[in-house]
Unconditional design. Sequence first.
Length: 138
Amino acid sequence: MSDIAVHQQAPWGHFLQWLDSAWPSAAEWTSHGAVRLEDEIRDDHYVVRAELPGLDPDKDVKVTVTDGVLTINGERRQESKDKNRSEFYYGSFSRSMTLPANVTEDDVNATYKDGILEVSFPYKTDKPERHTIAINRS
């Protein structure tokens, strides 16, 4: 009976050792360099916020808007220090999102403070006027 119990516990023991090892976490594999976003409507503006800690927005980040799509490109540069372990992600990243139809792309404002990039678009809250269309018979 004790042999079975040891055999059943062995895989968990290996799994726990793997979790405590220097291997990258599963979360890193699934979100490798992903930029986390949040959005909201604030004071007649559509605001997108992106977590970009430790970046220089003048050198490392590029924000573009084309045909209703916001794209944030950038690069995290690795420091040239000897490290025993690093779970930081270094390299290029890109994140795109489709903007709502009510957003105006003409007067976009972007700011960076405390590791957060905030991109603000004018947002039309007016609902379009409804027109009734006459149906012709042929």
